[in-house]
Design a protein around this ligand. Structure first.
Ligand code: NAD
Length: 351
């Protein structure tokens, strides 16, 4: 390394800048709503450089201390706010085990997955990451008595599921490989909990909206539309205008997830819980954006993702999450639209 770059003074000021940044990024309201149980001290995150890992990481850093968070993935993001990163392919069971042995987490947040649209394009890859990869992490976590949280999805439901206000426990017969893999995840995790007393928890997230750009999900339009609106005042949507589904704004997801993983296990009557922020159609979202950008235009060119989304619920019943662990969503369509437009504009202006 260059002499200047390795100088202790420069290293010290870089570290100071780095830690200052860690302490600025997270939303105070969410941080204040989390009551730590003391059970969770060190967390290993898999697939941590995806949409959700990127968003939750600043909160994990701030709540548990950045030294206590190990982010792993098969891709590395140059702008990621993480102190510890390791390459980890969850398909490599030996590596999963040695990484866990080395870092000694008491909690794993397993985000590594292939999402719905990419799953339909390559079912084998989806099966291997979502089933084999999950099972590697589950087995090692169970053997080493480490708690495990992994998300499920509205994609775990199917056409025979009640579409409106979908209950927490209901018919789950998905027609996508992504949905099948997530039903397997839910069932196997719940089985390990009952059979081996493992602390396994999951939340079925609705389609998540955040300003981190997403890739590979069938609901990605709900993020792309904001970038289209700010960049060009237009967007071409691959879903029909009347398509309605259940959405989760990222702040509700983060506050909900952190609250749920810190809840005492005696309070949890289920291993898997529904959550959403609100429900709306593509056309209603476009109209909400038009309240801020009156000449915003949406064109429609429908593709294979329509068929996937048609099997998903329009809205979720999350009353059990509210009752068992105090889920308290804050965002409706109008509030979410205003904040997304503001954040995407800021993000694009920073380049
Ligand atoms: N984003 C949503 O709207 C949404 C909704 C419901 C549930 N979920 C679930 O949340 C979790 C995270 O989703 P996301 O939106 O961040 O997905 P994402 O695709 O943005 O991120 C997934 C990450 O997993 C990594 N990955 C893929 N294969 C891997 C492997 N073999 N080993 C290690 N890492 C690997 C990818 O590199 C990527 O960074 C997934 O389980 C997903 O099913 C997401």
């Amino acid at each position: 390394m260059n002499k200047f770059l390795s100088s202790p003074l420069l290293q010290k000021s870089l570290f100071h800048l780095h830690t200052q940044f860690f302490s600025q990024v997270a939303d105070k309201e969410i941080l204040n709503s989390i009551i730590k149980s003391g059970r969770i001290k060190r967390i290993l995150v898999t697939g941590g450089h995806g949409q959700l890992g990127t968003e939750i990481l600043p909160y994990l850093n701030q709540i548990y201390g950045s030294d206590n968070i190990l982010v792993t993935d098969i891709i590395q993001k140059s702008n990621a706010i993480c102190k510890n990163f390791q390459f980890l392919d969850v398909l490599d069971r030996n590596k999963v085990e040695s990484m866990i042995q080395l870092f000694k987490p008491d909690y794993i947040i397993h985000f590594a997955a292939k999402l719905s649209a990419i799953g339909e394009l390559n079912p084998k890859a989806c099966l291997s990451v979502n089933i084999d990869g999950f099972k590697n992490v589950l087995d090692v976590a169970c053997e080493k008595k480490i708690s495990l949280f992994t998300p499920s999805t509205i994609g775990a439901f199917g056409v025979t599921t009640p579409k409106i206000n979908t209950p927490n426990t209901t018919i789950m017969r998905p027609s996508t490989i992504y949905g099948c893999s997530k039903v397997f995840t839910e069932l196997l995790g719940s089985y390990y909990k009952q059979k081996y007393g493992m602390d396994f928890r999951s939340i079925r997230y609705a389609q998540t909206i955040s300003c981190t750009e997403a890739f590979g999900g069938s609901g990605d339009f709900s993020i792309e539309i904001f970038y289209g609106a700010i960049r060009k005042k237009e967007y071409t949507c691959y879903l029909k205008e009347k398509t309605r589904m259940s959405f989760l704004y990222i702040d509700d997801l983060i506050a909900g997830t952190l609250k749920m993983i810190e809840t005492d296990s005696e309070k949890l009557s289920e291993s898997v819980y529904n959550i959403q922020s609100c429900s709306f159609s593509v056309g209603e979202l476009a109209a909400a954006i038009r309240k801020h950008i009156s000449d915003f235009e949406v064109k429609y060119e429908i593709d294979f993702r329509q068929k996937i989304v048609d099997t998903w619920p329009e809205s979720l019943d999350d009353s059990l999450s509210r009752k068992d662990w105090g889920y308290n969503p804050k965002y409706n369509l109008g509030q979410m639209t205003s904040i997304m437009l503001k954040l995407v504009k800021e993000k694009l202006s920073y380049g």
